[in-house]
Design a protein around this ligand. Structure first.
Ligand SMILES: [Zn+2]
Length: 541
């Protein structure tokens, strides 16, 4: 706000004479949002006895733990998850309908943060938050403080940095595995600060990786996991078996830089980068509250490769627990214990490996390889059209609408044929016609989740609901994935900690869409403009 000194003097004189003084809105120095990619809620307790006292346990002990936080849309993927956390909104409104989607107007594939109008600071795919259709809580903080607050995003994954930081961010930074550097985009006002260049020049990836990934503790203490080598885990490409230690002293160049994503060192690197950003930009030391969005992506890569029951997953969380303890200690020292506000959540959970469940007599399965070609062959026999189905990611079916229109064939008959074919597959529990959802007999909360996830230009018009325990992945046998409505994919941790947060926990069910309005309420700023959630009562006062 620009007010002349004279006006301030006059006003303060008037206020003083009335016995009123100027009171500041109570806000923390900084907000740090931590999103742990693919962290299932039960990891808080699965490894509880192995955690130290100052990481996850400190958050749970001294913070406010929303035990029953559910994702309330489909599909449970990284880009929609990070977007929901920071917008309080769902894909039907915020437009981030998947990590990628097919634009129904153009028939083209779009990556969630594609933006051809900007440039990357190094060679690579140009990106910005341009595809995001609503504001984030970080945007609202910038607007509320007339841009005095500063917002930065940090993550290994581009989408996990760009989408939380929002439209008005000073910058978002993410990892370029070709060079081992953190990069940004010409979209931002501050894409290549000097501190970032010197951090990149230090090449910390190489030293963090060392010559391998060794277990933190003795092997016998990893009691929450199956044996080190199981058929449910995927070895690294240069390994014979997925066992500790994972050595990579012979791997060089971009392949070596890329390894960091799939080891606990990826989280350590991200937190180091977050501290560099805090120091480099003097965050939390300015006139207004600053906001750092930090996403920890290595947990997701480790989960996809090794699945939840692996020693690799356990070791990753034990090391993350230490990294979080260190980071909280750093924030204590810098801002004082009540000077900062932290929340920790996840963008989605993850399934158990399907074969692991089958081997233990739990119904489960993997979508067989070649589903899309199978359905297209069947449709070609019936309708004489090639490749009617163009895309089946996000558990949705996209059609070549232009091809169908040109052919003059009945679109409704083709769609019903696809639905009937899908309904016969063992992997499929329900197939929802998103253009006529009320004709489906699918139970709640699946119906609402499907509606929340359906964007009319960016989602497939047929939604597949896999049977419980089943997931897509084209016949891939090792590791795991996520994306479905089921609790293992949608039950996420949510812990509030620090400034003005009461101690305690609640078992009342809340939703991922409630996080942004809770932040808005704590900070006394407007809710994001597509927000459908409601604030959770976590404040001390
Ligand atoms: Zn993932």
């Amino acid at each position: 706000m620009k007010t002349s000194r004279l006006t301030i003097l006059l006003l303060s004189g008037i206020l003083a004479s009335c016995g009123v003084h100027r009171e500041e809105v109570s806000r923390p120095r900084i907000v740090v949002g931590i999103v742990v990619d693919q962290m299932r809620w039960d990891y808080l307790y699965r490894y509880y006895e192995h955690y130290g006292h100052s990481g996850f346990k400190r958050l749970m002990r001294d913070g406010y733990n929303c035990q029953q936080t559910m994702i309330n849309y489909l599909p449970a993927y990284t880009a929609p998850g990070h977007t929901c956390v920071y917008t309080g909104s769902v894909p039907s409104l915020h437009g981030i309908a998947g990590n990628e989607w097919m634009d129904r107007n153009t028939g083209e594939m779009v990556y969630c943060t594609d933006d051809a109008t900007v440039k990357l600071t190094e060679d690579g795919r140009p990106m910005s938050p341009a595809n995001l259709l609503v504001t984030t809580v970080t945007d609202e903080l910038r607007l509320a403080t007339n841009f005095e607050s500063r917002v930065y995003g940090v993550a290994i994954k581009d989408r996990a940095s760009i989408l939380p930081a929002g439209h008005l961010a000073n910058a978002a930074y993410w990892y370029n595995e070709q060079t081992g550097h953190f990069v940004s985009s010409s979209y931002y006002s501050n894409p290549t600060p000097a501190w970032l260049q010197s951090f990149n020049n230090r090449n910390v990836t190489d030293s963090l990786l060392g010559n391998g990934w060794y277990l933190l503790h003795n092997e016998e203490t990893y009691t929450e996991s199956t044996a080190d080598s199981t058929p449910y885990e995927g070895a690294f490409p240069w390994e014979k078996e997925p066992v500790f230690p994972h050595r990579y002293d012979t791997v060089t160049g971009p392949r070596r830089n890329a390894i960091v994503k799939t080891t606990p060192a990826g989280n350590t690197l991200s937190i180091m980068m977050a501290k560099e950003c805090i120091e480099g930009e003097s965050l939390g030391k300015g006139a207004a509250t600053d906001f750092l969005t930090l996403s920890l992506s290595a947990t997701d890569y480790v989960g996809h490769r090794f699945a939840p029951n692996s020693m690799e997953a356990e070791d990753t969380y034990l090391r993350l627990d230490r990294d979080i303890a260190d980071f909280l200690f750093y924030l204590d020292k810098r801002y004082g214990r009540n000077g900062y506000l932290v929340f920790l959540t996840a963008d989605h959970g993850g399934a158990h490996n399907a074969q692991f469940l089958i081997d233990h007599n739990v119904p489960a399965g993997m979508e067989p390889a070649g589903t899309i070609s199978g359905i297209n062959e069947y449709l070609q026999q019936l309708f004489g059209l090639e490749n009617i189905v163009t895309f089946t990611d996000n558990y949705q079916v996209c059609l070549d609408e232009a091809l169908i229109a040109r052919s003059g064939k009945d679109r409704a008959v083709i769609r019903q044929t696809i639905i009937n074919w899908l309904e016969q597959q063992p992997a499929v529990a329900y197939t929802l016609d998103m253009e006529n959802l009320w004709s489906n007999t699918v139970p709640e909360p699946i119906k609402t989740m499907a509606v929340n996830g359906y964007h009319k230009n960016r989602s497939g018009s047929i939604q597949i609901i896999p049977a419980a325990g089943w997931y897509g992945g084209n016949g891939h046998k090792t590791g795991t994935t996520h994306g479905t409505w089921n609790p293992y994919d949608t039950h996420i941790p949510l812990i509030w900690f620090g400034w003005n947060i009461k101690r305690g926990e609640s078992n009342e069910q809340v939703h991922m869409t409630d996080i942004a309005p809770t932040l808005a309420s704590l900070l006394h700023i407007q809710m994001p403009n597509g927000c459908i959630g409601k604030p959770i009562n976590v404040a001390l006062h």
